[in-house]
Design a protein around this ligand. Structure first.
Ligand SMILES: Nc1ncnc2c1ncn2[C@@H]1O[C@H](COP(=O)(O)OP(=O)(O)OP(=O)(O)O)[C@@H](O)[C@H]1O
Length: 270
């Protein structure tokens, strides 16, 4: 992508290999393999088959996981900050804390295990990250995401659409510069889908939003599309340009065309 942009995230040679024991042997799965790409302000939707590495990429970008190799660089108007194994050792902890506060993350989790209530959890998070007037902000988010009726519910009791709305609310508490969403519509109810759509439509001009999804309706909100396969970036570009090349002009049609192309490529023998 061009260098005229003022805010962007750049992944350089990011690699993550999962090693695990199975039947008394060590096995390895590729999470990401030498992944390099960059995205700028706007909404980037990441598509790819199951196991392509979407969640791994999002976890690393949300600073929930360190890459084995490579780095993620966050460029804002004023600063450039790196997330890499080397940087964890080299940085002052407050620098990484400052970067963490700029990131809102919606993980793909079936449930939470905390006993804290919805109201207290949102207030605590707002306070912990130094939000001005944490009481007001946490109440605003509770009302905005239709959680007022669940204010006294412990997080561990939240399920389905309500859990997802809580995760969305907490991810937006700090007005994130980088908003990272893993399958946000999976399990989300109608109210949540409507609120998510509204949030995406009025997102601040500078915000970098990255969404991994299999939901082709949601994918239509993209400014940019990324296709991830086997831990690497296969395609990245403006949605308008990529979908203009397929007859229906939709993301679903483009994705299908890319999959057919992939299958043909892998069956082609030299
Ligand atoms: N904790 C783990 N231990 C071992 N392997 C893992 C672990 N987490 C992910 N993997 C493997 O890493 C690869 C990438 O997984 P990842 O969850 O990032 O893919 P994904 O594109 O998000 O898949 P999906 O669309 O199914 O959510 C897969 O082969 C997966 O099985």
């Amino acid at each position: 992508m061009g260098k005229t942009m003022t805010m962007w995230i750049e992944w350089s040679h990011v690699t993550k290999i999962y090693e695990f024991e199975t039947e008394n042997k060590w096995a390895r799965n590729i999470g990401l393999l030498d992944f390099s790409a960059s995205v700028q302000s706007g909404i980037t939707v990441i598509l790819g088959p199951r196991g392509a590495g979407k969640s791994t990429l999002l976890k690393i970008t949300a600073m929930m996981m360190l890459p084995d190799d490579g780095r993620v660089t966050f460029h804002t108007h004023h600063q450039t900050m790196d997330w890499s194994t080397g940087n964890v050792h080299a940085s002052r902890p407050e620098q990484l804390g400052e970067l963490r506060r700029k990131i809102g993350y919606v993980p793909l989790v079936p449930r939470l295990d905390q006993e804290m209530t919805v109201e207290l959890a949102l207030f605590h998070l707002a306070q912990l990250y130094g939000t001005p007037d944490p009481r007001k902000r946490s109440c605003e988010m509770m009302i905005r995401w239709g959680l007022a009726g669940y204010r006294q519910t412990p997080l561990m009791k939240l399920r389905g659409g309500v859990l997802k709305r809580f995760l969305l609310a907490q991810s937006l508490l700090l007005h994130p510069t980088f908003w990272i969403l893993d399958e946000p519509t999976r399990g989300l109810d109608l109210l949540g889908k409507q609120l998510l759509r509204e949030e995406l439509q009025r997102q601040p001009k500078d915000r970098i939003t990255i969404i991994a999804t299999h939901d082709m309706q949601l994918a239509e909100c993209a400014d940019y599309l990324m296709l991830l396969e086997s831990g690497a970036c296969r395609r990245l570009g403006k949605k308008k340009l990529l979908t203009a090349g397929v007859s229906e002009g939709t993301v679903a049609a483009w994705y299908q065309a890319m999959q057919v192309f992939s299958k043909e490529k892998s069956s082609f023998k030299v």
